[in-house]
Write a protein that binds this ligand. Structure first.
Ligand SMILES: Nc1nc2c(ncn2[C@@H]2O[C@H](COP(=O)(O)OP(=O)(O)OP(=O)(O)O)[C@@H](O)[C@H]2O)c(=O)[nH]1
Ligand SMILES: [Mg+2]
Length: 335
């Protein structure tokens, strides 16, 4: 599976070049003045968003990324040239943390920007700088400054407006297929989806992005199934659709599914229940009208959701989907 959404690396900015200590030597000028130039600045390390990438696979194996050092200064007041910057391309939505302090340093979400992460050292001063009325022949020059070195953790958090969560097999991917041109795999078995998929929905006025992530099961926050690591991809979304299977193979009623999912979302480190969430009951085509009504009443009685936060759909036939999309567009695009 070549989808990696977490990585560790070290970045090293270039050191500044040292300043030169040198004196002018020309014919007929026996005591030339100091002419040692400054050292060049070390290169910076920067991040840039690569819109065509959606994985951190290039950053496996804790690589070290180094910018070039500045060159030394030389005689004839010649400054050393600056070291070349190093630009590292990352997928849109990559968050950069200091791996030692765990502090969030950067959130790379703008394709037009370059994000500075480690600054190159300034070059040293050549001896020409130290000339004064009292010292006309200084020998002093200074070394360059060290470039910054940082250990980093990269986390890819997808940029989506709406997140789909649900038990495996609830029909999340079928729904994303139906409403967008994304083509995640669909299968009549749990954990068909093994990595997040994004789909763009073209609304009547604007478009927005839905993220389909692998299914969650009870105990996911303790590592059951694929765990909760994929929840980071819906941690930025403003709205969650809690997908419930109306026709589960296991003995898990829709109400029970929703409440178990809610618990997993609450236990997650960012407490995802703070988001707006709606319940989407999928596979209406497999049940009779009165059974559907009963289920809705059961959810309303047992869980803290109101009538307009519950949707009955069929991702197979499209039943109820228009209504859901209309509400989604209003909700997502007003924020
Ligand atoms: N009858 C019926 N079947 C559906 C509907 N939606 C999905 N399915 C079927 O349910 C099964 C699971 O669908 P997926 O879309 O792969 O489910 P998922 O939630 O993405 O599952 P994971 O990726 O494993 O988490 C497939 O066999 C689908 O064809 C529906 O509305 N009606
Ligand atoms: Mg799926």
């Amino acid at each position: 599976m070549n989808f990696i959404d977490e990585a560790y690396l070290e970045v090293r900015a270039g050191d500044g070049g040292s300043g030169a200590s040198s004196f002018r030597r020309e014919k007929y000028i026996p005591f030339g003045g100091p002419d040692g130039g400054d050292g060049g600045k070390g290169g910076d390390v920067l991040f840039r968003v690569n819109p065509n990438s959606n994985t951190l696979i290039d950053f496996q194996n804790r690589k070290i990324f180094e910018a070039k050092n500045g060159e030394r200064g030389s005689g004839k007041n010649k400054s050393g040239s600056a070291g070349e910057d190093l630009i590292i391309n990352v997928p849109n939505g990559t968050v950069i943390y200091d791996d030692v302090t765990n502090e969030e340093l950067l959130d790379c979400v703008d394709e037009t920007k370059e994000y500075l992460i480690a600054k190159g050292g300034e070059g040293g001063h050549g001896n020409a700088r130290f000339k004064s009325s009292t010292n006309r022949a200084p020998r002093k020059s200074t070394p360059g400054f060290k470039g910054e070195i940082r250990s980093l953790r990269l986390e890819l958090k997808s940029l989506a407006d709406v997140g789909l969560v649900g038990f495996p097999n609830a029909g999340k991917s079928t729904f994303l297929n139906y409403v967008s041109s994304a083509k995640p795999k669909i299968g009549n078995y749990p954990f068909t989806t093994l990595r997040p998929h994004l789909g763009t929905i073209k609304g009547s006025e604007s478009s927005y992005v839905i993220a389909d992530i692998p299914g969650l099961i009870e105990g996911a926050s303790d590592g059951a199934g694929l765990g909760t690591k994929f929840l980071k991809h819906i941690s930025r979304t403003g709205l969650l659709l809690i997908f419930v299977d109306l026709y589960p193979t296991e003995n898990l009623s829709p109400t029970k599914q929703a409440s178990l999912l809610y618990k997993e979302l609450e236990t997650y480190k960012d407490d995802l229940t703070q988001k707006i969430s709606w319940i989407v009951c999928n596979k209406t085509d497999l049940l009779e009208e009165d059974e559907l009504r009963k289920i809705k009443v059961e959810i309303l009685t047992n869980l803290n959701f109101s009538e307009n936060e519950i949707f009955m759909i069929s991702a197979a036939t499209g039943n109820g989907i228009d209504q859901l999309l209309k509400k989604l567009e209003t909700e997502v695009c007003q924020n």
